[in-house]
Design a protein around this ligand. Structure first.
Ligand code: GLV
Ligand code: MN
Ligand code: MN
Length: 395
């Protein structure tokens, strides 16, 4: 298993990596196609069937989920945020294949099929909606809305899917694919420092904070930077500065996190007052009311919701079972919650018993090139995942 883990990691490493070490792996691009090809090849190498559901997600199956299912599914996503790290998403997919390898090395015969999934566009980096693939699959994202989403170049998701060689007309929820899943377990790099403080390589998720994204359009009047007196300007960049300050203060006041990490300036010239600024607010908190309180303080900017994930509280009995299977004989894996979003949250919301494993991240940094996990911790994660899958597929 260790050699297959290393080989898979090395194969994925160059795909979509830029010179500064950050990853740019966006949905329905050439990088996405290379990642999909990699996934299909890993499935084929193991004699697993590989199918794509109506929402564009890939599934590899050990066993037949229609004849002998529903099965236990693990996996994550292969796309990234702009300038993202190597681990967010791919660690879960690589660990899934490595866990299957380990179970086979151990001679394990699962009592039900085991599936590995790679979900499309988890980060929503290109089209704005987080967890597009799993939301489409479960029906949480209406297909008409998905098809009409546009990227920064005005390309619709429907066009992007078509250009990538898939059939946009058949995109939609997939009850059949969903019926094959009895339980979903997502392994993910931890995106914080919880496991460092607990001095443990692997943890189990208790829940995901409620979180959402809002878009704001600020309109001004384009004009010359050198000839327009300050008191005659309508500069939307000033409104953006105010919005950012208000969001920050409101977040601090309500115990939330608020981030403006994406901005589009029109026409984006150094010597021109912009005619328009579009900005995106990401807001999260442990308490749903705190998120709403922050967003309502920005009501004057008329924010438009782009995606929303309510609080996720994973099933406590399943989390305890996974913690016992994934931990040491005398110490179950610790439970911790997270402010990061995951396809696991969408599965939970769809009523599928769901759990998550986290692997220690020594920097605590994520969505950035410095995101990391030590190899030994990654391998501990694979062993924990294999033990979890064995537990969930025992007779
Ligand atoms: C996904 O990683 C998110 O939390 O936005
Ligand atoms: Mn992420
Ligand atoms: Mn992720």
């Amino acid at each position: 298993m260790t050699s297959t883990f290393d080989t898979m990691w090395a194969e994925l490493e160059p795909i979509g990596r830029s010179a500064d070490g950050g990853y740019h792996r966006f949905a329905w691009t050439a990088e996405d196609a290379a990642l999909r090809e990699w996934f299909a090849a890993e499935a084929a190498r193991r004699g697993m069937s590989c199918v794509v559901d109506r929402a564009g997600n890939q599934w590899a199956w050990w066993g037949d989920p229609d004849a002998d299912g529903p099965g236990v599914v693990t996996g994550s996503h292969l796309d990234s945020v702009p300038g993202g790290g190597a681990f967010d998403g791919p660690l879960g997919v690589v660990s899934a294949f490595a866990a299957v390898d380990l179970l086979r090395e151990q001679g394990w015969t699962p009592s039900r099929p085991i599936g590995i999934a790679a979900f499309a566009d988890e980060e929503g980096a290109r089209f704005g909606v987080a967890c597009t693939g799993s939301r489409l699959l479960t029906g949480a994202l209406p297909v008409e809305r998905a098809l009409a989403l546009t990227d920064a170049d005005g390309v619709t998701l429907a066009e992007a899917v078509t250009r990538a060689g898939s059939d946009a007309a058949s995109l939609g929820p997939d009850a059949e694919a969903l019926r094959r899943v009895a339980t979903f377990v997502e392994l993910h790099v931890e995106q914080g420092r919880g496991l460092i403080h607990l001095d443990r390589p692997v943890g189990v998720a208790s829940g995901i904070w409620p979180h959402g994204r809002w878009r704001v359009t600020l309109t001004g009047a384009a004009n010359h930077a050198g000839t327009t007196p300050l008191d005659e300007r309508r500069d939307p960049m000033l409104d953006l500065a105010t919005l950012i300050q208000v969001a920050r203060q409101a977040a601090a006041q309500h115990g939330a996190l608020a981030t403006v990490g994406k901005v589009e300036v029109t026409p984006n010239g150094v010597n021109a007052i912009p005619s328009q600024v579009r900005a995106w607010l990401d807001c999260r908190a442990r308490e749903e009311a705190a998120v709403h309180a922050v967003v309502s303080e920005l009501a004057g900017f008329t924010p438009t919701g782009e995606s929303w994930t309510p609080p996720t509280v994973f099933d406590a009995a399943l989390a305890a079972r996974v913690a016992a299977a994934a931990g040491e004989p005398d110490a179950p894996a610790p439970l911790l919650d997270t402010g990061a979003g995951h396809d696991a949250g969408i599965f939970h919301a769809a009523g599928i018993p769901t759990a998550m494993l986290f692997v220690r991240n020594p920097t605590g940094i994520s969505h950035a090139p410095a995101e990391f996990a030590e190899r030994d911790d990654c391998l501990a994660g694979v062993r924990a995942l294999a033990a979890t899958l064995a537990n969930l597929t025992s007779k």
